[in-house]
Design a protein around this ligand. Structure first.
Ligand SMILES: Cc1cc2nc3c(=O)[nH]c(=O)nc-3n(C[C@H](O)[C@H](O)[C@H](O)COP(=O)(O)OP(=O)(O)OC[C@H]3O[C@@H](n4cnc5c(N)ncnc54)[C@H](O)[C@@H]3O)c2cc1C
Ligand code: SF4
Length: 492
């Protein structure tokens, strides 16, 4: 370790974000540049602990103290070499990961944790700038053909790993461009799309074939894929939105969040002229207190909404960890996103009972009621608070209450993949009930995070390689990691 007392000498510092009033005028990333000197100080704060809990906090098992030290020593070649040994796409996670690693950083016990995510993004960007990330096609080909269906982070990671060991990989993607929710879902102000294009260009140079605008099961049949490829990786995401089955949910002006967000990515990307859903001058209500809801807030503010309110069923979380939620668990504390900073009212412990409409079938209001939460028989239950039922004005409502699992469109059945009662496909070691078909990402584990999707893609690739070749030289997390994974549930 380079700096002995960096954690005493330097305070945590991360890039300043642009003024909220200014940044709602565009869709560019919100952070100002950060100097090399300041970054060096941040890397110096790492204590190189005997047991670095951050390793297990990161779903990829990123080797964090080692790359922090390389950054402190300004050895960028070493830093990127360590980082890419566990993470195919640090330029994505360095921007949009909620950083469970930081929640388990030992410094976080009584100080601010090391700025790991920032260091990760900086390593990736510096490595591109210095030409340390170059196309590196495999020296030998195996003549085995793999179809990867879906080009989100899981599919991309699986394709990258399998290509590196010499398999001929074709990625089929139904959308016009690759990236999955990275491209059509996550707003441009969190992740500008040139970051994805840069990586896709590299993967193409390394030999991965992308067939975009191809919906498997529609443009090309599953049986053709099964006949023409030696193995298949399904990584089609968890696209089935959770519905809010209450009166009025079919009114005009009530939408699933993704219908709004995906279209906005297309507008910013120049694929379409305007978003068919406009929040301009509207009273917007976002139902769901999570990240997708927060993305609807940021996008609605950029449209020029008259007001934005976000509703959450659960009680307002505490500002600090409670005794029941100690370090290094994921902190169940109040999170204020950059979109919240740009302006929105947040209401907790509230239930939406009905959408109210006018004669033209348009939403005009929401019937709401306050809730009181209490513990009963070891479980949290709620009761409506008498006399609090009211109707609030609303002319645009977004439902952002999560996803139930893979799209129910017959694709899994067409590949001979059986599902469980909860609609997630059955899998053992990433292999489905059809031995030739492997599963990864949100479609296997349910709605999750980009970092988990990359991890799933990497692990599924090992199993595909073993299936094709009898053994695999690809890196793999050991069993003990997956035991830790169970204790980290709730970070998603
Ligand atoms: C609005 C929003 C914001 C989010 N923000 C964050 C964030 O800030 N940080 C974070 O870590 N996570 C975030 N997430 C979660 C994260 O995006 C997902 O966990 C991750 O993208 C899952 O990756 P995946 O590869 O499994 O699936 P996806 O990214 O969903 O990709 C699946 C791909 O499969 C394609 N596909 C589906 N069916 C077919 C077919 N039949 N033929 C061909 N292609 C098909 C789809 O078009 C899609 O491109 C967010 C999610 C949403 C919805
Ligand atoms: S991928 Fe996420 S959890 Fe892992 S080191 Fe980077 S920011 Fe932390």
């Amino acid at each position: 370790m380079g700096a002995k007392e960096g954690f005493i000498q330097f305070k945590r510092e991360t890039p300043v974000s642009r003024d909220p009033q200014e940044r709602v005028g565009d869709y560019k990333e919100i952070y100002e540049p950060f100097s090399d000197e300041k970054l060096n100080h941040q890397a110096a704060r790492c204590m190189d602990c005997g047991i670095p809990f951050c390793h297990n906090g990161c779903p990829l098992g990123n080797v964090i103290p080692e790359f922090n030290d390389a950054v402190y020593e300004k050895d960028w070649a070493q830093a990127i070499s360590i980082l890419k040994s566990t993470n195919n796409f640090p330029e994505f996670t360095g921007r949009i990961c909620p950083a469970p690693c930081e929640a388990s950083c030992v410094l976080g016990i009584n100080k601010d944790p090391v700025a790991i995510e920032l260091i990760e993004k900086s390593i990736a960007e510096k490595a591109y700038e210095l030409g340390l990330i170059q196309a590196n096609p495999p020296k030998k080909r195996t003549n085995k053909h793999v179809a990867v269906i879906g080009s989100g982070p899981a599919g991309l990671a699986a394709a990258d790993q399998l290509n590196q060991v010499g398999h001929e990989v074709t990625v089929f993607e139904k959308d016009a461009k690759p990236g999955g929710l990275l491209r059509y879902g996550i707003p441009d102000f969190k992740l500008e799309k040139w970051v994805i294009d840069r990586r896709i260009d590299l993967m193409k140079q390394e030999g991965v074939i992308f067939s975009c605008g191809t919906e498997v099961g529609f443009n090309i049949k599953a049986e053709n894929i099964l006949r023409n490829f030696d193995a298949v990786v399904l990584s089609t995401g968890a696209a089935q939105p959770r519905a809010l089955n209450i009166r009025g949910s079919d009114l005009k002006g009530v939408h699933f969040a993704m219908d709004f967000l995906g279209k906005q990515n297309q507008v910013v990307g120049g694929e379409i002229e305007e978003n068919p859903i406009s929040a301009k001058g509207k009273h917007v209500i976002v139902i769901g207190g999570g990240d997708t809801g927060s993305d609807c807030i940021g996008t609605s503010n950029r449209h020029g909404a008259a007001s934005i309110t976000q509703l959450e069923l659960l009680p307002k979380p505490p500002k600090q960890r409670t005794v029941l939620n100690p370090w290094p668990e994921w902190p169940m504390t109040l999170k204020t996103s950059s979109s919240h900073e740009e302006g929105a009212e947040r209401v907790f412990s509230i239930l939406t009972k009905e959408f109210i409409g006018n004669e033209a079938g348009e939403v005009t209001g929401l019937k709401l009621v306050d809730l009181e939460w209490m513990e009963k028989d070891g479980r949290m239950n709620f009761e409506e608070v008498e006399g609090t039922e009211r109707i609030v004005p609303c002319d645009l409502a977004f439902i952002a209450i999560g996803y139930t699992g893979p799209a129910q469109n017959g694709l899994l059945e067409a590949f001979g993949v059986e599902s469980m009662e909860n609609t997630l496909p059955k899998s053992k070691n990433y292999q489905s009930t059809n031995p030739k078909v492997f599963l990864s990402g949100d479609m296997r584990r349910g709605q999750s995070l980009v970092v988990w999707a990359i991890s799933e893609g990497r692990e599924a690739a090992v199993k595909v390689d073993e299936f094709l070749m009898g053994a695999s030289s690809l890196p793999q997390k050991d069993e003990s990691f997956f035991q830790v994974e169970e204790s980290l549930e709730g970070t998603e």
